[in-house]
Write a protein that binds this ligand. Structure first.
Ligand SMILES: [Zn+2]
Length: 287
């Protein structure tokens, strides 16, 4: 499942390609995503301009000049493709939602000389909603999210106040979107390894220095992954079709029974389950 870095990478590639373009047409070929696509609403997008593309947690927000926002969650396998056959500067984008992977392009689309933006989702866990500003403000997807981990709001004072009296495990806390938004299983495993903290440790037993390290390493790991184009597992790629490379930097995720990569450590990476999620760690390095 794409986590914050992967969604940020998609956001950047969309920002580069479709910002300031006017939507020429929308075709919904298949409504069946996690929530049924409201086709009629989307057809009203003709001639609206894309003014910005933002990310909040693992959500993409495509803001339009008529105060509507296309809210996108990529689910497990959601992908945007951009097909740009027109090498001249084009001012229009032609949006097609949820197409099945096609080997040949249907002939009825080929006369369009616009950039085509295509959303495809093999497993259909993603969703695309069209919301007005009030609906966006009240959206249950966004309303309860904790601070962005790369923002200054995710800081030591916030962390100390949040964990007071809390008896949950640190892994569960990092996965909790109300505490901090955008982290998923991969990055939580990596952050805990880098911070030398046992994923099962209860948060009220963490020392001040642990919290400092967790915040610092969260930011380092996310930034590093974004700069490498995210992690390409389960076939992730950005809207230009490029894969990320951060999966080559994993220290623990998916490495069970392999040697710990800490210099001088003779431990093997273990795989356990914390709240039913696969959890990878070194019991020598992480206390
Ligand atoms: Zn180790």
């Amino acid at each position: 499942m794409p986590e914050l870095p992967e969604v940020e990478v998609v956001k950047k590639s969309l920002d580069k390609k479709i910002k300031k373009l006017v939507i020429n047409d929308v075709i919904v070929l298949n409504k069946k995503l996690r929530y049924k696509i409201e086709t009629k609403k989307f057809l009203k997008l003709k001639k609206t301009k894309i003014i910005s593309i933002k990310r909040r947690s693992k959500y993409l927000l495509i803001n339009l000049n008529n105060k509507l926002t296309i809210l996108v969650h990529l689910g497990m396998t959601g992908k945007f493709f951009i097909i740009d056959q027109n090498k001249k500067n084009t001012k229009q984008v032609f949006i097609i939602l949820w197409v099945k992977m096609m080997t040949a392009w249907p002939s009825r689309f080929t006369f369009y000389k616009h950039i085509k933006l295509i959303y495809n989702d093999v497993r259909k866990f993603g969703f695309i909603k069209l919301l007005n500003s009030k609906e966006l403000l009240n959206s249950s997807h966004l309303k309860y999210l904790g601070p962005e981990p790369l923002s200054n709001n995710f800081n030591l004072i916030y962390f100390i106040n949040y964990v007071k009296k809390l008896k949950t495990s640190i892994k569960d806390l990092l996965m909790n979107q109300k505490f901090v938004s955008g982290l998923g299983n991969i990055y939580c495993n990596e952050i805990l390894f880098k911070s030398k903290i046992d994923p099962r440790k209860t948060v009220n037993k963490l020392k001040r220095l642990d919290l400092i390290n967790l915040i610092k390493n969260t930011k380092i790991i996310l930034k590093n992954s974004i700069s490498l184009g995210g992690s390409s597992i389960k076939d992730f790629s950005n809207a230009d079709g490029r894969n990320g490379n951060f999966q080559q930097k994993f220290n623990v995720y998916g490495r069970e029974n392999n040697n710990c990569l800490t210099k001088g450590c003779s431990g093997l990476i273990k795989k356990i389950y914390v709240s039913n999620r696969s959890t990878f760690f070194c019991s020598y390095c992480q206390k």
